[in-house]
Design a protein around this ligand. Structure first.
Ligand code: AMP
Ligand code: ZN
Length: 119
């Protein structure tokens, strides 16, 4: 069902407006909303409206849509005023890397110092 809405997917429901979220930016193809458990002063998730389980499968199937997600991440950082000092875009992929929602999403984190390497 990649590319189509999945009935049991939390982020498909947020994209459809069926589950509330604090939306900070949206286009025809992507939605950006605040993470419910922020890990930084600015922590926004950017998702494609279409369902793909992770970033790589999104990019393989719809590279232009993957690019839209990245472009929106940059716009979010500008709006959040983190673009100047620096921000991080993270795509956790697979449960071992901390992925808990299997609808592709970019974490856009900023507003504090971000250590490297990540934990
Ligand atoms: P990941 O662990 O990389 O799959 O990221 C999933 C993210 O979704 C986590 O950072 C959660 O805090 C966040 N999250 C879960 N449920 C919601 C929700 N209803 N609204 C906003 N963010 C959520
Ligand atoms: Zn989904």
């Amino acid at each position: 069902m990649a590319g189509e809405t999945q009935a049991d997917c939390l982020f498909c429901k947020i994209a459809a407006g069926e589950v509330p979220a604090t939306v900070v930016h949206e286009t025809e193809t992507v939605v950006a909303f605040r993470d419910i458990t922020p890990q930084a002063p600015s922590h926004v998730l950017v998702i494609p409206r279409a369902h793909y389980p992770d970033a790589a499968s999104l990019a393989a199937a719809e590279p232009a849509l993957a690019a839209e997600v990245l472009r929106a991440a940059g716009e979010v950082a500008e709006r959040e005023k983190t673009a100047g000092s620096g921000y991080r875009i993270v795509f956790n992929t697979g449960s071992g890397a901390g992925q808990t929602v299997f609808h592709a999403h970019a974490h856009v984190l900023g507003g504090r110092g971000l250590e490297w390497p990540p934990g």
